[in-house]
Design a protein around this ligand. Structure first.
Ligand SMILES: [Zn+2]
Ligand SMILES: [Zn+2]
Length: 113
């Protein structure tokens, strides 16, 4: 049976983070967060070693940046929305559009039992 998947902002964290596990997550720069970049609470994530971190959409389709510490570890304390304009002008807008479109396209393929 096919069912509309829940939107990411409605999904609880599934990555055993000590403060978010099984909780909905709407703030991304809380101290002590050990979430992965594949946390279910994030609609889409782009790993970007070119800028030593990852870019992801939040629940409002705003693009955020989280710095990488070492492979698989992220410094959520310093996660922040990517500001419009220099130096991410155009690239940031393009990535936001691509992640949003990819999320919409993939969600239409998924189903929940
Ligand atoms: Zn967390
Ligand atoms: Zn998580």
């Amino acid at each position: 049976m096919y069912r509309a998947p829940r939107p990411a902002y409605d999904r609880p964290c599934d990555c055993t983070c000590p403060i978010h596990h099984s909780q909905p997550r709407s703030i991304y720069n809380e101290p002590g967060c050990h979430c992965l970049t594949i946390c279910a609470s994030q609609p889409m994530t782009l790993i970007a070693p070119q800028i030593n971190g990852a870019l992801f959409l939040d629940r409002h389709d705003v693009l955020w940046y989280v710095p990488g510490l070492q492979p698989g570890h992220w410094d959520w304390r310093y996660a922040s929305p990517v500001p419009a304009g220099y130096p991410m002008h155009e690239t940031g807008d393009l990535i936001t559009d691509l992640l949003r479109e990819a999320n919409t396209g993939l969600i239409s393929l998924t189903h929940v039992q």
